[in-house]
Design a protein around this ligand. Sequence first.
Ligand SMILES: C[S@@+](CC[C@H](N)C(=O)[O-])C[C@H]1O[C@@H](n2cnc3c(N)ncnc32)[C@H](O)[C@@H]1O
Length: 266
Amino acid sequence: MLTFIGLGLFDEYDISLKGLEAIREADMVYAEFYTSCLMGTNLEKMEKLYGKKVFLLSREDVEQHPDWLSKAKNRNLCFLTGGDTMVSTTHVDLRLRAEKLGIDTRLIHGASIASAVSGLTGLQNYRFGKSASIPHPYESRRGTRIISETPYDTIKQNLELGLHTLVFLDIDKEKGYMTVNTALELLLEVEEKRGEGIMRGAAAVGIARAGSEKPVIRADYAENLKDFNFGKPLHILVIPGKLHFLEAEALVKLAGGPVGFMKEVE
Ligand SMILES: C[S@@+](CC[C@H](N)C(=O)[O-])C[C@H]1O[C@@H](n2cnc3c(N)ncnc32)[C@H](O)[C@@H]1O
């Protein structure tokens, strides 16, 4: 049996009782923290709470050479992921590989950033369009700095439909955790290069450390928000589309948004 367990958002205590019980009964426990991670804890604290050794897997171990999977043929394995195990990950691939090997699988869910964002901002989940991810820029072989324009296009399409965009921010082994500030700078850079105007004057909402005792949620116009200090990671960004009056009120009253947001409502 292979049990996929979502660990929730911030520290080792965010796991469900079902998840904890499954870990305590498991023969082996694996985890990956490249898709998301819990910034309020570390492996040592998790192992202490679980009473189990946790083997940390790299992206290659999970996506290219998941040889460890075959151990689940005659043992109970748990596979741990930050947030919910199947939200904004490709772990369904692991599940399908396991099923092909004749291994039973099951899921134990965890709180996800995708739902926490609606809770913290007041933006309604059914008014979101396609999500986007902003990767760190990279250098081409010729030494040119390349910025992905895909997130900008996704935001543009959603705005045309009046929909909000949830923008996941890159976690990179070498380049680190992307901040809301860098994400907005990159979007504004793409905009400038293209000579378009969707981000100028657009509303934006940044969220830092969801699930912690003191998450930071701040709404403003994109050009102002890029200078706001959100503190430590993890961060996530939302570019709201057309606002319902309740959403506008929540952004103004709960996230320090400018009162101008109230004038642009449905
Ligand atoms: C690729 S998504 C994976 C989502 C995860 N599976 C889940 O269900 O929450 C990870 C990204 O979501 C955002 N994120 C995850 N947890 C967060 C948190 N506690 N606070 C703020 N942003 C978070 C960050 O931008 C991070 O890079």
